[in-house]
Design a binder for this molecule. Structure first.
Ligand code: SF4
Ligand code: SF4
Length: 467
């Protein structure tokens, strides 16, 4: 019998398989679980019944091809929503893990005195206008380096965009280290209802050790003061304000989380230090891993309705959403088409676009700008559709692995993860991340299965006790 395209799961209570073709989890008997585990052919009624409904198929995608490949031009020409302008490559800080800070690494650009001209910004906004026909709302973001170094340019761009977009909602956003926010700038951000994301990594001990001025002095006091002043002067602006914490997994998780107590009214998002383009790879410490696992447990309690969301660290909030989405998706499972492509890449340029200081376009700000293989065109000559198609189908470079991989629907790999500094995408680099995609797939699958199981278990216990 050809091997079924599945992934086995086992909880303390039950046995399951995840069917990749169906993208669904099925509870099975212990005996079938052991047959599947050891590859023994089984012809029980249970197996026959499952096969009747299309489960346990050994079919894999015949080749890698994303279903949107042939329509990519339509998407790119009409459905743009978010444009992020890199208004400067310069920053007034030198954070130790910042991709752009000075290091020997050739995978990413470094801080430079390059700024976007108003002419380039204007062309970019014109491009957004002509490529957002199907979008009722557009969002224009300002990114750096530190974008507030170019505050006069930002004001001109906002004024131009407001005069240009009629009949559409235009939203503005900015990601800033907050050190340059004066009262004048704060008044402006509030007046224009900028969604403002402030980068701040934790209480003083953490913030000052990572986020520093070029002379090495810490930034906690000034950033904390700026946030407090904003909240005090404009209490109604709080919904527009968020803090993005970059977590260093080499330190215990509870240390940065102290910031939540210092800023109780501010929405806090987190991400781990991104070591993808760094020379030094980040290895999480034991206490971080333990605390993280405990937070996943709390997240499960929250998802079961047994805990307030405020009791769960924001570090695992995205996992809660993934588990909940998985449970919803399982209600509508379908056999996936073949050919197909692993989850992971966005449709590059379809909804979001990053425009660098010189007008080159990239799928997003997380993609390195040092290589032309990562660009999808420029604002002067338009999209390079075939570059976008290639990025969408980046899994072709690892086709023989991906088409047999149970984590096909959980994969997070995109063009960004294939860049090793050479002029061609690297299969080896892409595959080096598989373990983390599969680990996340397991967290989501087990999380979803446990969420189904636990209420069932307690219901059965209760029935037993009240007999
Ligand atoms: S990280 Fe990758 S998938 Fe995500 S937006 Fe950027 S290019 Fe697209
Ligand atoms: S986890 Fe690895 S092998 Fe699996 S789909 Fe993603 S890139 Fe391909």
């Amino acid at each position: 019998m050809a091997e079924p395209f599945i992934h086995l799961l086992r909880t303390p209570q039950n046995y399951y398989f995840y069917d990749v073709q169906k993208n669904a989890v099925v509870r099975i008997s212990e005996s079938l679980y052991h047959c599947l585990l050891s590859g023994i052919s089984d012809n029980s009624t249970e197996t026959q019944e499952l096969k009747k409904y299309g489960f346990l198929s050994s079919k894999h995608p015949s080749c890698i091809e994303h279903s949107c490949t042939s329509h990519i031009q339509d998407y790119l020409d009409r459905s743009l929503i978010m444009m992020t302008l890199q208004v400067t490559q310069q920053c007034n800080l030198r954070c130790d893990y910042c991709l752009y800070s000075e290091n020997s690494n050739e995978l990413q650009r470094h801080h430079e005195n390059k700024h976007m001209s108003f002419e380039t910004a204007k062309r970019a906004i014109d491009f957004l206008l002509t490529h957002s026909v199907d979008s009722s709302t557009v969002s224009i973001g300002f990114y750096g380096g530190e974008p507030l170094l170019q505050f006069p340019l930002i004001k001109k761009v906002v004024e131009y965009a407001e005069s240009l977009f009629t009949g559409k909602i235009v939203q503005f956003n900015i990601t800033t280290n907050a050190t340059l926010i004066t009262d004048e700038i704060a008044d402006y951000l509030v007046k224009k209802r900028f969604a403002t994301t402030i980068s701040m990594d934790g209480p003083k001990s953490i913030q000052d050790s990572h986020r520093k001025f070029p002379d090495g002095s810490g930034t906690f006091d000034i950033v904390y003061d700026r946030i407090h002043r904003l909240i005090e002067r404009y209490p109604n602006f709080t919904p527009f304000l968020s803090v993005n914490m970059v977590i260093d997994p080499r330190r215990p998780l509870d240390e940065p989380m102290e910031l939540i107590k210092l800023l109780p009214d501010v929405h806090i998002m987190t991400s781990e230090i991104d070591d993808f383009y760094m020379d030094e790879k980040i290895i999480p410490c034991k206490r971080y891993r333990e605390e993280y696992e405990y937070q996943i447990f709390l997240a499960a309690l929250y998802a079961l309705g047994l805990l307030e969301k405020s009791c769960v660290s924001p570090v695992v909030h995205p996992i809660i959403s993934s588990i909940q989405n998985t449970l919803i998706r399982w209600k509508h499972y379908n056999t996936f088409p073949t050919p197909s492509a692993p989850s992971g890449p966005c449709i590059p340029g379809a909804q979001r676009l990053f425009v660098s200081v010189d007008g080159t376009m990239y799928p997003c700000e997380r993609v390195s700008e040092v290589s032309s293989i990562l660009s999808i065109g420029n604002i002067y000559n338009g999209f390079n559709y075939s570059a976008s198609q290639k990025m969408l189908n980046i899994a072709k470079i690892t086709e023989s692995h991906c088409s047999k991989c149970w984590a096909f629907h959980f994969c997070g790999g995109c063009i960004r993860d294939t860049f090793d500094g050479s002029g061609i995408p690297s299969a080896q680099k892409r595959l080096s991340k598989c373990y983390s995609y599969r680990a996340m797939g397991d967290v989501i699958l087990y999380g979803a299965v446990m969420l189904r199981e636990i209420p069932l278990y307690y219901r059965e216990q209760l029935q037993e006790a009240t007999k």
